[in-house]
Ligand binder design. Structure first.
Ligand SMILES: N[C@@H](CCC(=O)N[C@@H](CS)C(=O)NCC(=O)O)C(=O)O
Length: 201
């Protein structure tokens, strides 16, 4: 049976999963949860996602309500081992970035875009500071390495990609960080790459 992704086109968290499903060439059904209409807070949807969040990945009777958890699920169940190394050090190096994807990446780029693109009431000054701190560090990390967590692409790169790519929608310029721009382009060269939809201008 095909997996189902409870999805929303402008959700970067959902895009992470779409991107990886496309890369590992796994067919799935996409169900649009209309966040603009608040469908993610419907009681029916909350039976799947108690926090009322998008995305949710459903595989038979297995329900996964978190984008990085879904990447782990897909990497182990459906992907090649290289996407999530199984040795202790390799797995920890990937997890380090999955934590960043739910932590620093959220507090900086995700919040800056939520405020400037979607008009959410957020602390933009704080988000801008978080972006600077994160991007300075990523620039250093990627200056002498192609991929974030191994000598090949892993789900760390997939988890981090989307919100870094669209951070201009939060009015953050990546020009001061050439190694990050090079890394984004490398992710976009992966077989099966699928772009994040942009705001209509
Ligand atoms: N930790 C979750 C976060 C997902 C998330 O924040 N999704 C946003 C949409 S991009 C959402 O549903 N926000 C509504 C809310 O949290 O109430 C994940 O990685 O999937």
């Amino acid at each position: 049976m095909m997996m189902t992704l409870y999805d929303y086109p402008r959700s970067g968290h959902a895009h992470r999963i779409r991107l990886f499903l496309s890369i590992i060439d796994e067919p799935y059904e996409s169900v649009n949860v209309d966040m603009q209409k608040g469908a993610h807070k419907d009681p029916e949807y909350r039976k799947l996602s108690p926090l009322g969040q998008v995305p949710t990945l459903v595989d038979g009777d297995i329900v996964i309500t978190d984008s990085t958890a879904a990447l782990v699920y897909l990497a182990i169940g459906h992907g090649d081992e290289k996407w999530l190394p199984r040795d202790a050090e390799g797995a920890a190096r990937v997890q380090r970035w999955l934590s960043v994807a739910a932590g620093e990446l959220y507090r900086g780029p995700v919040v800056a875009r939520a405020g400037r693109q979607f008009g959410r009431p957020v602390d933009l000054e704080r988000a801008d500071g978080e972006c600077k701190r994160l991007f300075k560090w990523m620039q250093q990390e990627l200056a002498d390495r192609t991929w974030l967590a191994a000598d090949h692409a892993t789900i760390a790169d997939i988890a981090m990609y989307t919100y870094v790519r669209v951070v201009d929608e939060g009015d953050i310029d990546l020009d001061p960080y050439p190694a990050i721009l090079r890394w984004l382009a490398d992710v976009e060269e992966l077989d099966g790459f699928e772009a994040m939809p942009r705001a209509e201008k």
